[in-house]
Write a protein that binds this ligand. Sequence first.
Ligand code: 5GP
Length: 212
Amino acid sequence: MTSPIQTPSYQGSMLMIVAPSGAGKSSLVNGLLKEDAGLKLSLSTTTRAPRPGEIDGKDYRFVTKKDFQLERDQGHFLEWAEVHGNFYGTSKPWIESQMQAGSDVILEIDWQGAQQIRKLIPAVQWIFIFPPSIDALEERLSKRGQDDEATIQRRLAAAHIELLHAHEADYIVVNDSFEQALIDLKHILASCRLRSEPVMARNPALLKRLGV
Ligand code: 5GP
């Protein structure tokens, strides 16, 4: 088990986006990143094969199972999980350096990873994305044409399990209208930036003047 990360002076915000495959989470995160230059995306490592168009170092760090296990055993991952038969992990050194720099970071991970991160970094905010329906999920998974039928069916079964963890999140955004869901995410980010912990960490001089 990775040791907890100390956060009392973390000046930034950390958001975790969790959703079943096909809920439109990556498009929403990309939309948010495009409009908010201050937000940084955690690049996950995976043993999954790249889908057509995916780029190593941009979408994921694609590694072999052997390399993943080696890095995991060396404590490189803050959290890791097996999802749909592949391993995925979040870089611990990257998260630590971003927290030290006071950056706002966003992680796209599954519920297992979110549970682990919450234990290690209690200030993290968990956002769950709901699809408007199971039919919409299936349609989006089929339409993107990146997975075969067996993979789509496996992802749909996993979607049900993922959805059962929605109640653990701090926020839920329903991705019915993409535009509205993006607005909701922007509001959540704005509210996270106004949480007492990061605001106090960012304003030590003001706290001093106020005698707090
Ligand atoms: P995909 O293969 O469709 O890109 O991702 C499959 C699932 O793995 C998604 O739920 C995604 O959020 C999750 N995932 C991606 N990166 C990570 C990670 O670093 N850690 C964990 N725990 N899950 C991840």
